[in-house]
Design a protein around this ligand. Structure first.
Ligand code: NAD
Ligand code: TYD
Length: 351
């Protein structure tokens, strides 16, 4: 039985990865999470009682604590998802992004390398550090073209610059120390358990509550959307079969303007919640995000060709599942709609 150390396992994507490992494999999972505003143990309620699941509330910037976790749990692999992840927050407060995404990644790499150096035999040969990153490190595209693994890094926001820095650290640890790493850069995820500060869950919940749907600028920025469980399956595949030192782009070939996304959500809600229709009348154009990247689009040929990965959901099936999940999981929604997050959203939008 393998032991996978997952950082950020109480977050949106991390919790999907943890649920898959517990439900679909016989691996043991150690979830290392600080539980910031974005970390939510409710997202793991369905697997938390498994004897193969362990939780460590630890900040990845705390070297001694991170070293203790490695000593005590003796993992076979690390999947590093812990991060500050929201672009708007990185604009209003970049320091936390530098701390967790850059300093935290460095602390984790050093703890993992020290631990790896202490191993021998098959345990050492099989060890892997999988760094989970974003396509935003590549910057912004014009009307044509795609991000490939060869695209030059040109991060534009404090968030993407901090993720680009962490990618470079991981690359350097491989090049300098021979540390066994794989890196993935994925497009925008959506799906259940997504914190409602990001576009899709925010629009679903605001529309349900008859609140304005804040569209930045003209709503013509393009994102490339992937259902979170498809991302989690890709991550598990790369961990198992990815070539050491390589990078894999992950995306579902699903480019949409923000207006197309919001209109699609409103159309599903008009059908499922007709009492609020037409939900699209709540669309409100607000001031654009500073430095707003125009278009992201992933060329996923490499992971498809080399590892045989294919997403299972289309944007239409995934979005419908997502809206249905938010409509039928009020406890989770109430849980995240209070406290620090709510204060932040009120300051941003006055809602
Ligand atoms: P998220 O914000 O939902 O979750 C992040 C998790 O990390 C939270 O549980 C939080 O408590 C934890 N965390 C934050 N700081 C920590 C620290 N110092 N120590 C320990 N834990 C800490 O993020 P997400 O959307 O699930 O993204 C996960 C990873 O995937 C991130 O590295 C992100 O950059 C990357 N990514 C996200 C997307 C996306 O669309 N959401 C796309 C591509 C890549
Ligand atoms: P977001 O979900 O924050 O992800 P990212 O910035 O990492 O791509 O935003 C997705 C797109 O939606 C982005 O172009 C910004 C836009 N957006 C809005 O128009 N209104 C909103 O309230 C939010 C949160 C985002």
């Amino acid at each position: 039985m393998k032991t996978i150390l997952v950082t950020g396992g109480a977050g949106f994507i991390g919790s999907a990865v943890v649920r898959q490992f517990i439900n679909d494999t016989d691996s043991r999972v150690v979830n290392v999470d600080k539980l910031t505003y974005a970390g939510n143990l409710q997202s793991l309620a369905s697997v938390a009682s498994s004897p193969r699941y362990a939780f460590e509330q630890v900040d990845i910037c705390e070297a001694a604590e991170v070293a203790r976790v490695f000593r005590e749990h003796q993992p076979d692999a690390v999947m590093h998802l812990a991060a500050e992840s929201h672009v708007d927050r990185s604009i209003t407060g970049p320091a936390a992004f530098i701390q967790t995404n850059i300093v935290g990644t460095c602390v984790l790499l050093e703890a993992a390398r020290t631990y790896w150096n202490s191993l021998d035999g098959d345990k050492k040969a099989g060890f892997r550090f999988h760094h989970i990153s974003t396509d935003e490190v590549y910057g912004s595209l014009g009307d044509s073209g795609f991000f490939t693994e060869q695209t030059r890094y040109e991060p534009n926001s404090p968030y993407s610059a901090s993720k680009a820095s962490s990618d470079h650290l991981v690359r350097a640890w491989h090049h300098t120390y021979g540390f066994p790493v794989v890196t993935t850069n994925c497009s925008n995820n959506y799906g259940p358990y997504h914190f409602p500060e990001k576009l899709i869950p925010l629009m679903i919940l605001n529309a349900c509550n008859g609140k304005p749907l804040p569209i930045y600028g003209k709503g013509d920025n393009i994102r490339d959307w992937l259902y979170v469980d498809d991302h989690a399956r890709a991550l598990r595949l790369v961990l198992e079969k990815g070539k050491l030192g390589e990078t894999y782009n992950i995306g579902g070939w699903n480019e949409k303007t923000n207006l197309e996304v919001v209109d699609a959500i409103c159309a599903i809600l008009d059908e499922l919640r007709p009492q609020g229709a037409p939900h699209a009348s709540l669309k409100t154009y607000v001031q654009d995000r500073p430095g707003h990247d125009k278009r992201y689009a992933i060329d996923a040929s490499k992971i498809e060709r080399d590892l045989g990965w294919k997403p299972q959901e289309t944007f239409e099936t995934g979005l419908r599942k997502t809206v249905e999940w938010y409509l039928s999981n009020d406890d989770w929604v109430q849980g995240v709609s209070s406290g620090e997050y709510q204060n932040w959203i009120q300051n941003q939008y006055g809602s």
